[in-house]
Design a binder for this molecule. Structure first.
Ligand SMILES: [Zn+2]
Length: 422
């Protein structure tokens, strides 16, 4: 047994925000959550004084590069990075090599991750090889454990195919998750079109309407088909307005925002160079503020990192030639706490909701509450201490947050009775 003592439970599932001890049985299931619990004989204890005990985070959007690009990351280092970041569950995107478009590839990942400290789920592709032409076998991918289907990294450009995929997803009760950037409106990826940073690096950039046009189209298709559709890593204020309107019209649409789109803007790209190059790109301050408003009114359902490891060699290339994407699992909580909670934009409870409860519910993952009867998937959080990141569990360190003064850290995750301390 494990008794977590002296902590403050902060749990959006139950609404509890109060001092509570948490007792976990040998089978990993939470037995009691009460103001004071005396440690039973032979019970291991964990002191959580000064910390909150919260549902472990759920990241619906990570790239572990396994199979195929394990020089950047693999399932084990990715899971270690997730554990360090306070995550209980992560969902890997399907743009591996080979693509996760068969049950075999999905099982390769989940079986390799079976003993990981966090739950690693593997998304399936919508189209074979992410080519946007031939649909995968949705039923087989679902049976293999895919919690959603996505061609992340690539836009589903054909509206007809997208609509057919939505009809198929409805038939199999699958969530679709879309990277929304119309390629013809992205003269060059990774930086906002026409921004000072784009000019500085001598590239045209990616238009905001590449995203808004696809979001608008897919809200229309979601309304037509009744499909559940998640818009990944939203970057534009106008997308937030469209999604708000789509939800009001009854579309079953959901949205993610990343810690970087919530904390940085296109003006930060000049200083950070390729470490701030990502798709979709950082945009203007008004977009960042609109994303935060979207979090507050429920238009943006969840915070997802889009953890995208690349080697130092790749990120050392000229801006126009480097790959897009940054790592994010280890810094996500500190970044969000610093930029959203300490600035008074979100309460602690709202942040935990966006990082655990909402994604767990949208992906229909059971057992993430700090409540009796569920398997323990918890995070112990320090909200106040200063934190400067210098090294990482990830194989890659392509993040602009290194050496930045941030506040708050995940101190440990608890999975069943297993403790992983930072
Ligand atoms: Zn993406």
């Amino acid at each position: 047994m494990l008794l977590i003592q002296n902590g403050r439970v902060l749990d959006p599932f139950t609404g509890v925000d109060a001092p509570r001890d948490v007792l976990i049985g040998d089978d990993g299931v939470i037995v009691r959550v009460e103001e004071h619990i005396d440690a039973p004989a032979d019970c291991k204890t964990l002191d959580a004084r000064g910390l909150t005990v919260s549902p472990g985070f759920v990241d619906g959007h990570v790239h572990f590069r396994d199979p195929g690009q394990t020089e950047k990351e693999d399932v084990h280092t990715g899971a270690a990075a997730a554990a360090a970041g306070g995550y209980a569950t992560v969902i890997c995107m399907a743009n591996t090599i080979p693509t996760c478009d068969t049950p075999e590839t999905i099982r390769y990942v989940t079986e390799k991750a079976a003993d990981a400290p966090v739950q690693v789920l593997q998304a399936g592709a919508v189209t074979r090889g992410l080519k946007g032409q031939e649909m995968t076998d949705f039923a087989a991918l679902r049976a293999a454990g895919a919690p959603c289907l996505t061609d992340d990294g690539i836009n589903l450009t054909s509206a007809a195919l997208c609509r057919t995929a939505m009809c198929e997803a409805v038939k199999h009760d699958m969530l679709l998750s879309f990277h929304e950037e119309e390629p013809s409106l992205v003269p060059s990826p990774g930086v906002n079109f026409g921004s000072a940073a784009a000019e500085h690096f001598g590239v045209p950039g990616a238009m905001g309407c590449a995203e808004t046009a696809m979001v608008a189209r897919d809200i229309a298709l979601a309304l037509d088909t009744g499909a559940r559709v998640l818009f990944q890593h939203i970057s534009c204020g106008q997308s937030v307005a469209l999604i708000r309107a789509g939800k009001a019209m009854g579309a079953k649409v959901f949205a993610e925002a990343t810690p970087h789109h919530l904390s940085l803007t296109e003006d930060d790209v000049i200083a950070h160079g390729t470490l701030a190059r990502m798709n979709p790109p950082l945009r203007e301050e008004s977009d960042r503020l609109a994303l935060i408003d979207g979090l507050l009114d429920g238009t943006i359902d969840m915070i997802a990192t889009d953890h995208a490891p690349h080697t130092a060699e790749e990120k050392a290339r000229a801006f126009g030639k480097a790959p897009s994407g940054i790592t994010g699992l280890e810094t996500a909580f500190s970044v969000c706490n610093t930029y959203l909670v300490r600035t008074g934009k979100l309460t602690k409870m709202q942040l935990i909701e966006k990082m655990s409860k909402s994604p767990a519910e949208i992906y229909r993952l059971p057992a993430h509450a700090v409540a009796p009867g569920g398997f323990a998937r918890l995070v112990l959080l320090d909200w106040d201490g200063e934190k400067v990141y210098k090294e990482y569990k990830s194989k890659s360190n392509n993040t602009p947050y290194t050496n930045m003064p941030l506040f708050g850290t995940p101190r440990a995750i608890v999975t069943g009775v297993r403790i992983m301390e930072n």
